[in-house]
Write a protein that binds this ligand. Structure first.
Ligand SMILES: Cc1ncc(COP(=O)(O)O)c(C=O)c1O
Length: 364
């Protein structure tokens, strides 16, 4: 078995065997953690203390409410959608997997197909592989815009089960035209078309209002990017007929009670201020983009999210030099479209300044 070919390992599907584990390096001495597209703003201490009191009242000896009632009421009010149009997930990560699982019927002899423009969010591939589906990647254009003709060709060539669009896309930051997502949904009414709006607060573009017109459209949202990443709370909005099928494959107690209560309390009381901080990040992003693009040797790609993707000649060396200065960014350098690419999350002004000076130094 040590050669990895015999015993139970022979039962692992090739797509999983070929995959590397999703690993995130945590080097010591980091003062500016700009690698995970998080909000740089911690909860204010007075709010955290009050939340502590609220959480003290949670019955830890009981299972959570499986249908997340407080969150459901809040989000259905906020988006003016029916409560049964919602499914809550342990992060939108989980919802990506549940959508693939629910709509995984094989089409004839072929395995189910999950289609997405690439490079994109790694979880699309991981979730497809773990549900016995083929991940069909449609390469983006060289400038990371959507290749609409290639996408149309892929969808015409063989039936897909699910198409994912990250709006805006991670890790490129590109905002694909929403019209292209809607056109895909209109032209392929038998396919589930997902608008993954994890970075909605930074791009301001949503297809939520289109749901009544597109019964095969699914919108994913998360609280992770507005300062609540630790809560692992995402939600799906879709026609209740679709949401019902996803509900069936959801682990019954997927959202812990502490997370549910914290998310509902924080969104109810502090939702507007959490979202307002996203506007500060957008202003910093635009400032950071100008400064970063001005560094000789840096090629910057336009971004509508809370991060910037850029290319340098030697990404590995650049990443290491940034780490030596206490700045952690994501190294995406690998052969193919992302060769030489690093991704920096927009931080506080001080963090961004530290990053910029370390980046200038790294390019000398
Ligand atoms: C495009 C995209 N979708 C979904 C997610 C997952 O978010 P969550 O924290 O809700 O699982 C991310 C996280 O980085 C993302 O980039």
């Amino acid at each position: 078995m040590s050669d990895g070919t015999g015993g139970p390992l022979a039962l692992v599907p090739d797509a999983i065997r070929a995959m590397a584990r999703y690993e995130v390096p945590h080097p010591p001495g980091i003062v500016a953690k700009l690698d995970a597209n998080e909000s740089p703003f911690a909860l204010a201490p007075d709010i955290a203390a009050e939340l502590g009191g609220v959480l003290a009242g949670v019955a830890l000896h009981r299972y959570p409410a499986g249908d997340s009632p407080a969150l459901r009421a809040l989000i259905s009010r906020e988006h003016d959608v029916a409560p049964d149009a919602l499914v809550f997930g342990n992060g939108s990560d989980e919802l990506i997997a549940l959508v693939i699982a629910a709509f995984s019927r094989a089409q004839g002899a072929a395995r189910p197909r999950v289609v997405y423009p690439a490079p994109s969010f790694a979880v699309y591939r991981i979730a497809a592989a773990s549900h016995g589906a083929d991940a069909v990647e449609v390469p983006l254009c060289a400038d990371f815009t959507l290749d609409e003709a290639a996408l149309a060709g892929t969808l015409a060539a063989a039936p897909a089960n699910v198409v994912f669009f990250a709006l805006p896309n991670n890790p490129t930051g590109t905002l694909f035209p929403p019209e292209a997502v809607l056109a895909t949904a209109a032209q392929h009414p038998d396919v589930v078309v997902v608008s993954d709006e994890a970075y909605f607060e930074y791009a301001g573009v949503t297809l939520l209002g289109e749901l009544p017109r597109y019964p095969n459209l699914v919108v994913l949202r998360t609280v992770s990017k507005i300062g609540l990443a630790a809560l692992r709370c995402g939600y799906l909005v879709a026609h209740p007929d679709l949401a019902r099928e996803v509900e069936k494959v959801r682990p019954p107690y997927n959202l812990g009670s502490l997370n549910q209560v914290a998310a509902a309390w924080l969104l109810e009381r502090h939702g507007p201020s959490l979202r307002a901080r996203a506007a500060e990040v957008v202003a910093e992003r635009d400032r950071l983009a100008v400064e970063l693009a001005a560094i000789v040797g840096v090629t910057l790609f336009p971004s509508r999210a809370n991060f910037l993707l850029f290319r340098v000649a030697d990404a590995r060396a650049c990443w290491t030099r940034l780490v030596e200065r206490g700045v952690l960014v994501r190294n995406l350098d690998r052969p193919g479209a992302l060769a030489g690419c690093l991704r920096v999350t927009v931080g506080t002004r001080e963090e961004n300044e530290l990053f910029l000076s370390a980046q200038r130094e790294a390019m000398r």
